[in-house]
Write a protein that binds this ligand. Structure first.
Ligand code: EPU
Length: 462
């Protein structure tokens, strides 16, 4: 029996409107249709921070309409920037459902001397806000940023950000939950070898290096498409960067940059979410707006599971006719299988024919959501950074809780493979990364309801 309302104890997210914090889906639907993906959250957030590097007006387009972007806009406002969100023009009907555009352009007016104090609750709520550290240190020679802490997928240190900036001449200390950095003699180019190709550290160091004196070489740099995107924007602003998309980035510092207009790269993780959804529900989905080249390994896994995949430059179609076959998955930095698709890989394994070994190498807490997946009847055994998942014909609808952005999306899609109704609470996490998950699900034929009572044909309690 599914109760009419979720247990209030689950609804503890910051500022949640509890009732609206729930999405219900009915299982048994095959996803079919077309879904359009807008710009990547993990790129747009950093592009907004990169705008700080040049005084004047920068415009970033194809920015997803999600909570994390709104928070980053507020962080920049508190640093003295003018920040305005507008509908992307012309509004593409593929991008807007019910007249609500899912991507926007953000106009950022950066003052000659932006603020240097980013110590506020907003910063703590958004891990990505640490990426204002590099640009502000480069522009102002001094900055104070609240330590963003960890979140539900692991501890997430900052040691590589700090040691890289220190090598460039910064003096960094921790003070009352903040990172305080100064560069009394300016930042200077140097050689930095990262212990691990950290996305955030690579971005912070590149943004610091573009205005440093001399040449910075970053070895073992991250190679994600979002890194290429930020390097492209910085180059358009006048930065001298070589090697974007490879493990060695060479940055020759310049005295100043100019503002720019730049379109955000399509979101490969959102695109991958729909690809797994199509495969898990034995559907037929066309995804537009993101390059399948950025999902090479994920799509290969789906082909190994039995999917038929057709690719074009910025679109792909994925069909699954039979029950998926079990496949093993190992997450790795790009171009490896993305950790952000791990919940979807577990969902696929949970309904596949056979047993899958899933290995997570990026975040120590990524399997925390496995308990929720098990409430849906998934057979999962975790041990450290491995999970063995034995596939079942069908899962069963239940009340579950989103523990982070990707876990929430993975649970909703797994809910489509159940024999009943699945109610996912704390979906404010999903809102942080997916512009309008409910509208997209509906466009793909899913019976879905956000918040409120069971008034749209999704009847609870059965
Ligand atoms: N790490 C350290 N020290 C550092 C930096 C990172 O120990 O100085 C560790 C982290 O604790 C983590 C691992 O290295 O275990 C990877 O961290 P990385 O810096 O690569 O990731 P991030 O920049 O914190 C971004 C995305 C994540 C995505 C990862 C990996 C943003 C805002 N976030 O995080 O996205 O999973 O890269 O691809 O860009 C999401 O969108 O849901 C999400 C979590």
């Amino acid at each position: 029996m599914i109760p009419d309302r979720p247990d209030p104890a689950w609804l503890t997210g910051p500022g949640d409107a509890a009732v609206d914090d729930v999405i219900r889906v009915r299982g048994g639907t095959q996803m079919t249709g077309t879904v359009h993906v807008v710009g990547a959250k993990n790129s747009a957030l950093k592009l907004m921070a990169a705008a700080l590097l040049a005084p004047g007006r920068s415009v970033i387009t194809n920015v997803p309409r999600i909570t994390d972007i709104a928070i980053m806009g507020e962080v920049l406002r508190r640093l003295g920037c003018g920040v305005r969100f507008d509908a992307d023009h012309p509004v593409d009907p593929m991008v807007a459902y019910g007249g609500v555009p899912r991507s926007r352009s953000v106009t950022i007016d950066v003052p000659e001397t932006p603020g240097i104090d980013a110590d506020c609750d907003l910063v703590r709520r958004l891990r990505a806000s640490i990426c204002v550290l590099g640009p502000l240190l480069a522009r102002r020679g001094s900055v104070r940023v609240a330590h963003p802490g960890g979140d539900a997928i692991g501890s997430r240190g900052l040691d590589m950000h700090i040691s890289g900036l220190t090598r460039m001449g910064a003096e960094i200390s921790g003070e009352r939950g903040c990172v305080v950095a100064t560069a009394p003699h300016g930042l200077r180019g140097t050689e930095i070898v990262l212990d691990f190709p950290s996305v955030g550290a690579t971005e912070n160091l590149v943004m610091a290096a573009v205005l440093a004196q001399g040449t910075t070489v970053i070895d073992n740099a991250a190679r994600e498409p979002e890194i290429v995107d930020i390097c492209t924007m910085l180059s358009q602003m006048g930065a001298l960067i070589d090697g974007a998309g490879t493990s060695t980035l060479t940055v020759v510092g310049v005295p100043g940059l100019h503002p720019v207009r730049h379109a955000t790269v399509g979101d490969r993780i959102v695109a991958g979410t729909w690809a797994f959804g199509a495969a898990m529900t034995r559907g037929d989905v066309t995804v537009t707006g993101a390059s399948p080249a950025f999902l090479d390994i994920a799509l290969d896994k789906l082909v190994a599971a039995g999917a038929l995949v057709e690719t074009r430059r910025d679109a792909f179609r994925i069909r699954m006719e039979d029950r998926p076959r079990a496949v093993d998955v190992v997450t790795l930095p790009y171009p490896g299988f993305a950790t952000d698709l791990l919940p979807m890989a577990i969902g696929l394994a949970a309904v596949s024919d056979g047993a899958s070994l899933i290995t997570e190498n990026i975040f120590d807490g990524r399997f925390m959501f496995a308990n929720e997946m098990m409430r849906l009847g998934a057979d999962i055994q975790t041990d450290g950074h491995h999970a063995v998942v034995r596939g079942r014909q069908r899962l069963s609808g239940a009340l579950v809780r989103a523990t982070d952005i990707r876990a929430g999306a993975g649970l909703l899609i797994a809910g489509l493979c159940t024999d009943g109704v699945t109610e996912v609470s704390q979906v404010h996490h999903v809102d942080r990364g997916y512009p309008d998950f409910v509208a997209d699900l509906r466009a793909l034929g899913v019976e879905v309801q956000r918040g409120g009572a069971a008034d749209e044909g999704i009847s609870l309690g059965r």
